[in-house]
Design a protein around this ligand. Structure first.
Ligand code: AMP
Ligand code: ZN
Ligand code: FE
Ligand code: FE
Length: 279
């Protein structure tokens, strides 16, 4: 089976490749399909779909919505209708949640002796979604931290000195936002929820009742045992099994497009499962 990557980020959110560069890279790597799933924005999709035509490659319009669950739960959405008014309004709201938090982080960083300005941060962002990854890059540019990861673990991650919570949708609201735009909602990287097997089972059962249609089974950081566990859950609840690397480029240097940390291989079968669920 040919390989695909169904979880990637571009400069429209916090990736370092433009949508065009990403499609070109995927094509060069021999991937047969690519989903662009930027955080809380669909602004990269039109360029990505344009590039898809040029390269004769299958590009799936997607998005990754951040929602509130203990820390965070990410919901991927595939085959969303980019013209949906409801979706556009929902995404603008999510951007505003970030915009409310950013000045507080900036103020705290100044108090901590590592000042960066809003302009410094905007320079690191390619689009309208401006968040902690761009603050991390600005801190790095100023020489205060060694890497994006260093910025998160010293200042920006939950519980660290410059952390401020942001307002979020609930998981079921995230699922509904995608479903209302004709998209297929899929639980992203279940490993990151840090739940026991039983807790995850209950969460998935509940999300399915709210419209969840898939689980991201194959993912850069999932172990073989976890992959098996998530695949079993997908089968148990009749959900699509999908996979992707979560390629970001520069800010997550250990993750490669298509290959994840080296071992990842996502089958075209995942795309077929998504297509079978399109209305
Ligand atoms: P925000 O949306 O502004 O809260 O930022 C969250 C995003 O930052 C996540 O979705 C990740 O893409 C990114 N992120 C979180 N932790 C790290 C880390 N340790 N290294 C790099 N990127 C991170
Ligand atoms: Zn990201
Ligand atoms: Fe995510
Ligand atoms: Fe992601």
């Amino acid at each position: 089976m040919p390989s695909v990557d169904l979880h990637t980020h571009t400069t429209a959110s916090d990736g370092s490749c433009t949508p065009f560069e990403l499609v070109s890279m995927a094509n060069q790597l021999g991937l047969v399909a690519l989903a662009i799933t930027d955080h809380d924005t669909i602004d990269g999709l039109s360029e990505g779909l344009q590039a898809a035509k040029q390269y004769g490659m299958e590009v799936i319009p997607g998005v990754e919505i951040s929602t509130e669950f203990r820390d965070e739960m990410h919901i991927l959405g595939y085959y969303i209708d980019r013209t949906s008014q409801q979706l556009q309004e929902g995404l603008i709201m999510l951007q505003e949640f970030r915009n409310e938090r950013n000045p507080r982080i900036i103020k705290r960083l100044a108090e901590l002796g590592v000042p960066v300005t809003m302009e410094d941060i905007e320079k690191q962002a390619g689009g309208k979604v401006i968040g902690r990854p761009h603050i991390a890059q600005a801190l790095m540019k100023k020489g205060y931290v060694e890497s994006v990861n260093d910025a998160f673990s010293r200042f920006l991650a939950r519980g660290k000195v410059a952390y401020f919570p942001k307002e979020k949708l609930t998981p079921s609201q995230g699922v509904r936002l995608i479903a209302d735009a004709g998209g297929i909602p899929v639980l992203a990287h279940p490993k990151d929820l840090k739940l026991t097997e039983w807790e995850l089972d209950a969460v998935i059962k509940d999300l399915k009742a709210h419209g969840l249609q898939g689980i991201e089974v194959w993912y850069s950081t999932h172990t073989e045992a976890e992959t098996t566990q998530y695949l079993k859950l997908a089968k148990k609840y009749d959900l699509a099994a999908t996979g992707g690397s979560d390629y970001h480029g520069f800010s997550k240097p250990a993750i490669s497009l298509g290959k994840g940390m080296g071992e990842l291989q996502v089958d075209y079968k995942c795309v077929e499962q998504l297509k079978a669920r399109r209305k």
